[in-house]
Design a protein around this ligand. Structure first.
Ligand SMILES: N[C@@H](CCC(=O)N[C@@H](CS)C(=O)NCC(=O)O)C(=O)O
Length: 335
């Protein structure tokens, strides 16, 4: 038994920094540990082998998957919740988190492994964070080459192809434009305190703000977003409030929902249809451009989770959520 959690991850892993930022904001005692070979050996039995991994003080086994872990933290630790009180805002936050985790991540993975400069930068970053500095340089270089080759071989599987590049890069630009005029000190998506949706975006944007090509794009199109991303990394000193349901929702939320309604949710629907029809590939048109990739089982679950969260909304909260989900084109995919 300890009186702190352990979080194993890497600085270059979007879901790891998302998790760490949640622990920091929520002031939950924890150790942050880089995933070195030593940590890898200790957690070799954990399935799936994904970062981040979290160990609770009670000695139960390691957890993986940042969304269920964030929810478990809500059950285990009181105060500084990242789930908005208002059910409408809570649902929108869940949707935006899922968009970050499952769609914006395509931009993260694409920029990182498509462009040679980014590929070299990221592979060496991962090698430097994974292997002790005493590891001979030649071995670190080999490791970087192997990790780069492995990630490049996974690109098509997650939709990061040359053909999908215009849609993926457009999603990134639209996300920056959506956030640029809103975010900053005291300005999160659902009030002056951060919600799970902010953290979902943050994880991917943190990596995008570090890798060379998307970092330049962020400096150009979203300089304020870049500063906000740095703020998000450690919000332990923030004391804020949720926006009251009567206060108008910022344009940033509506703009993000439009990306969900026009790109992410139609993609999720096409993914389910492909899976149900036993088809290996899904294809659809997004912003007048073709998008195709292998169907993905995990994201079938994401879609059904979002739909069941939406189905739980009722009364006034449902009306308020619908007033935003309708015009943004989300409603037809959720109802
Ligand atoms: N849905 C998971 C995704 C986690 C994930 O994909 N983590 C990546 C790193 S960012 C990973 O561990 N990939 C396997 C690897 O790099 O070996 C979450 O939210 O935590």
């Amino acid at each position: 038994m300890t009186d702190y959690c352990r979080v194993i991850g890497q600085n270059g892993s979007p879901y790891s920094v998302k998790m760490r930022a949640i622990f920091r904001y929520r002031r939950i005692p924890h150790l942050w540990q880089q995933r070195t070979p030593e940590q890898q050996e200790e957690t070799a039995h954990v399935r799936p082998q994904l970062m981040p991994m979290v160990l609770f003080p009670d000695g139960s086994d390691w957890r993986v998957d940042s969304t269920p872990i964030a929810y478990e933290l809500e059950e285990r630790y009181e105060g500084r919740s990242i789930l908005p009180d208002d059910p409408a805002a809570r649902f929108l936050s869940d949707l935006i988190e899922d968009f970050g985790d499952e769609w914006l991540t395509k931009a993260m993975f694409h920029y990182r492994w498509f462009y040679a400069t980014d590929r070299d930068y990221a592979a060496w970053w991962i090698a430097s964070d994974r292997l002790p500095a005493a590891t001979p340089l030649v071995d670190r270089r080999d490791f970087a080459r192997e990790i780069g080759a492995r990630q490049v071989s996974r690109m098509a599987l997650v939709g990061c192809t040359e053909a999908n590049r215009p849609v993926i890069e457009e999603s990134y630009r639209r996300t920056l434009e959506a956030l640029e005029s809103h975010c900053g000190i005291g300005a999160f998506l659902f009030g002056s305190r951060p919600a799970l949706g902010d953290f979902g975006l943050f994880g991917q944007l943190k990596t995008l703000s570090d890798d060379p090509t998307p970092r330049d794009e962020m400096r150009r199109l979203g300089p304020t977003v870049l500063h906000w991303v740095r703020q998000m990394d450690d919000l332990s000193g923030v004391e804020g409030e949720w926006r009251s349901p009567e206060t108008p929702t910022p344009d940033a939320v509506a703009a993000l929902l439009r990306i969900c309604g026009e790109a992410y949710l139609p993609y999720l629907k096409a993914n389910v249809e492909a899976a149900e029809a036993g088809k290996e590939e899904l294809s659809l048109t997004i912003w007048g451009r073709p998008y195709a990739q292998a169907s993905f089982r995990y994201q079938v679950k994401c879609y059904s989770r979002l739909r069941s969260l939406y189905a739980r909304l009722e009364g006034d909260a449902k009306d308020r959520a619908d007033a935003l989900l309708g015009p943004s084109g989300c409603l037809e995919w959720l109802a």
